[in-house]
Design a protein around this ligand. Structure first.
Ligand code: AMP
Length: 281
């Protein structure tokens, strides 16, 4: 496994691989890798000749400074996991490499307010930061395939929009949510849950399943208020729980959408968790 810190060095390596007609799969991460990330690596390794993983905690997507400061760094164990699963190349740049002072890296893109709803409402500027860093990383890695998790539903929806609008010739592959045995969606933030909140958090997955099981049996507004109540009585503080269209993430009122999902964000103590479930597709 090769590790690159420098932009030009990894670009040279990638253009050499492309000249040999190797297909490139790219998995951007912020490190603190868990089995959910590893599922993305495996998918890329299955589908592509070469798998590149980037580890970069992107400051421009953090609306909360505290969250950025406390973001776990486990680089040594991350590298071990990546080597073990068979990743070919790791890109581990510094902030100066990604955001050099002399480069204008703003991305001018109409996200059609997709960045302002749900997660965007609670995390101002978050998706602009995500778009900026993913665009920058794609410019460097120029992959054939980009692997992202269903866990961050709104994130991959926005990145797909960016790929379409900027006509970037990279195909997005979305990998299903990898969960702990008790249903909690794996997340780098889970290690920061207190043991009390760790044991309370699987209620989120139960609530999502309740919504899926009762879709079309109960009115949507009733499902939503029952779920909010369920989360609250179990000690979590929900920010939103909504049944939405899986294409534009607009609310579903009557059953005339083919692709329907439920999305949720809730605080478990000081930790904000997000999750979702596909109700029908
Ligand atoms: P992050 O390091 O949190 O930025 O995540 C990097 C990638 O891993 C993103 O595409 C996430 O959606 C994906 N990911 C995070 N958690 C999971 C999970 N539990 N299952 C599948 N993919 C995940």
């Amino acid at each position: 496994m090769q590790i690159f810190v420098n932009e030009q060095a990894i670009k040279n390596r990638i253009s050499f691989l492309k000249s040999k007609n190797k297909s490139i799969g790219f998995v951007p991460t912020m490190g603190a890798l868990h089995d959910g990330h590893i599922a993305l690596m495996k998918e890329s390794i299955n589908q592509c000749d070469i798998t590149i993983c980037s580890i970069f905690v992107n400051p421009t997507q953090f609306n909360n400074k505290e969250d950025l400061i406390k973001y776990p760094n486990t680089i040594e164990s991350d590298l071990k996991k990546l080597r073990k699963v068979g990743v070919d190349i790791v890109f581990y740049p510094t902030e100066k490499v990604i955001y050099p002072k002399n480069l204008d890296l703003s991305v001018n893109l109409d996200l059609e307010k997709m960045d302002e709803k749900w997660e965007g409402e609670f995390r101002a500027g978050h998706f602009k930061g995500v778009v900026q860093v993913v665009k920058r990383l794609l410019d460097i890695a120029t992959p054939n395939f980009l692997f992202m998790g269903q866990k961050d539903f709104q994130q991959f929806t926005i990145i797909q929009m960016m790929l379409n609008k900027l006509k970037i010739p990279t195909k997005l592959v979305v990998v299903p949510i990898f969960r702990e045995k008790d249903g909690l969606a794996m997340s780098s933030r889970n290690v920061r849950l207190t043991s009390d909140f760790r044991s309370k958090s699987p209620i989120i997955y139960k609530a999502l399943n309740y919504a899926k099981d009762n879709y079309l049996k109960l009115p949507i507004t009733e499902i939503e208020s029952n779920v909010l109540n369920l989360l609250e009585v179990n000690g979590l503080k929900p920010e939103y729980f909504k049944i939405v269209n899986g294409i534009d993430l607009e609310v579903v009122n009557v059953d005339n959408d083919k692709y329907v999902i439920a999305i949720v964000a809730a605080w478990a103590g000081d930790i904000r968790l997000i999750d979702n479930i596909i109700i029908k597709k």
